[in-house]
Design a protein around this ligand. Structure first.
Ligand code: NDP
Ligand code: GDR
Length: 370
């Protein structure tokens, strides 16, 4: 039985990857941070009581900023594969916490590579590094491939650029099987609530259910190549199953604006949206509302701009060229944007329908201070 170690196991990708590896008969070890509230919601359905026999999922406390625990855990687990998914992954937040982001997203990767080297595991342990399309930053060429030069545009992307090259360097210097997956944006119902797609699908669900009036957004013109996280974790696994360690772009090859994503999401609840005005004065207005369960008024303003969501430097256009992954890995996504949006909106409508039902029935969120 192969052993895998996942940093960032409590995040969106960590959850889907854990599911996939357990299905593929791996023993999965995950590093989770100590937090004052539980942070394992996304993997609770996979959790096994450590007192049971044949436990295939084991969690270890740790942090990418602490090399002592990384060395200890890798020594204890002796993994065949490490997936380094742990990161401060929010681009806008990285402008607020640049030093921490550099430490965790940049030097954290070095800590993993160096631990494997120090422990004499360079021939045994294969390493996947979660690299990102944010490395391309300022547009140099489209579509972006493994050969496109990098021009990072945020402290997050600069930290990930260090992680990218230190992974390449350890591969070349020590013959390690260490690879970068340059993944374009991928989303799902498990996506963190403050990333743009999930913020939109949550907002649309709440507006449709009458629990919120308006969605306040940043730059609607930004273009992203959006895929489904479920498809993308398959690519991570495939990258480590090859004969040679290499870097791969993982993308759909199709790009859309944030405005398009909003329009598609409202369409899922029967609302046709019309955008009026421009710049900070742009608004999204209901043109028609036809769903039997969700009645919005024509003319209702449901989207507005709040400049606080603008970034000091923006990445305007991402569109990936996945030819190498298609050819060498045989990777092909199963989801398109329409099916992704459908799944995300349906999941958030279900989530908030339950919350509303409880509220309407008189249940309140328990507050021990009352
Ligand atoms: P999430 O933000 O959902 O998950 C990040 C994970 O990293 C969480 O488990 C988080 O723990 C953990 N983490 C954060 N800080 C630390 C730390 N100091 N030490 C250890 N673990 C830490 O991200 P995704 O799942 O979306 O992304 C996975 C990886 O892929 C990230 O590295 C991201 O930068 C990268 N990436 C993501 C893309 C995307 O579109 N989703 C595209 C390209 C790259 P906790 O739950 O406690 O917060
Ligand atoms: P990104 O994702 O920065 O591409 O990084 P995010 O969803 O945060 O933003 C995408 C684009 O939408 C614009 N935008 C807004 N973004 C947020 N979060 N909130 C808003 O209200 C809003 N309005 C407009 C942004 O300006 C941006 O252009 C994600 C992360 O998962 C990274 O970890 C990963 O590396 C990259 O994707 C690939």
């Amino acid at each position: 039985m192969k052993k895998a170690l996942i940093t960032g196991i409590t995040g969106q990708d960590g959850a889907y990857l854990t599911e996939l590896l357990l299905k593929n008969n791996y023993e999965v070890h995950g590093i989770k941070r100590r937090t004052s509230l539980f942070n394992t919601d996304r993997i609770d359905h996979l959790y096994q009581d450590p007192h049971e026999k044949n436990v295939h999922l084991k969690l270890h406390y740790g942090d990418l900023s602490d090399s002592t625990n990384i060395i200890r855990i890798i020594q204890e687990v002796q993994p065949d594969e490490i997936y380094n998914l742990g990161a401060m992954s929010h681009v806008q937040v990285s402008f607020e916490t640049p030093e921490y982001t550099a430490d965790v997203d940049g030097v954290g990767t070095l800590r993993i590579l160096e631990a494997v080297r120090l422990l004499g595991l360079t021939e045994k342990t294969r390493i996947y590094q979660a690299s990102t399309s944010e490395l391309y930053g300022l547009v140099q060429e489209v579509p972006q491939s493994e050969k496109t030069p990098f021009y990072p545009r945020s402290p997050y992307a600069v930290a990930k650029m260090y992680a990218f090259w230190i992974t390449v360097n350890y591969r070349e210097a020590y013959k390690m099987f260490a690879c970068n997956g340059i993944l374009f944006n991928h989303e799902s119902p498990l996506r963190g609530e403050t990333f743009v797609t999930r913020k939109i699908t949550r907002g649309v669900a709440k507006i449709a259910l009458g629990m919120q009036d308006k969605l306040y957004m940043g730059n609607l013109d930004a273009k992203r190549d959006w895929g489904h996280a479920k498809d993308y974790v398959k690519a991570m696994w495939l990258i480590l199953q090859q004969d040679k360690p290499e870097d791969y772009v993982i993308a759909t090859g199709i790009t859309n604006t944030v405005r398009d994503f909003i329009r598609l999401s409202f369409a899922e609840v029967g609302v046709e949206l019309e955008f009026k005005g421009s710049g900070v004065n742009e608004v999204g207005v209901v043109r028609s509302s036809t769903h039997k369960d969700f009645q919005l008024e024509a003319g209702q303003e449901v989207v507005a701009i709040d400049p606080r969501y603008f970034r000091p430097t923006e990445v305007d256009l991402l569109i990936g060229d996945p030819t190498k992954a298609q050819t060498l890995l045989g990777w092909k996504p199963e989801y398109d944007l329409a099916s992704l949006v459908k799944e995300m909106v349906a999941a958030d409508v279900e989530l908030f329908r339950r919350e509303k039902l409880l509220k309407d029935a008189g249940y309140k969120v328990l507050n021990q201070f009352e």
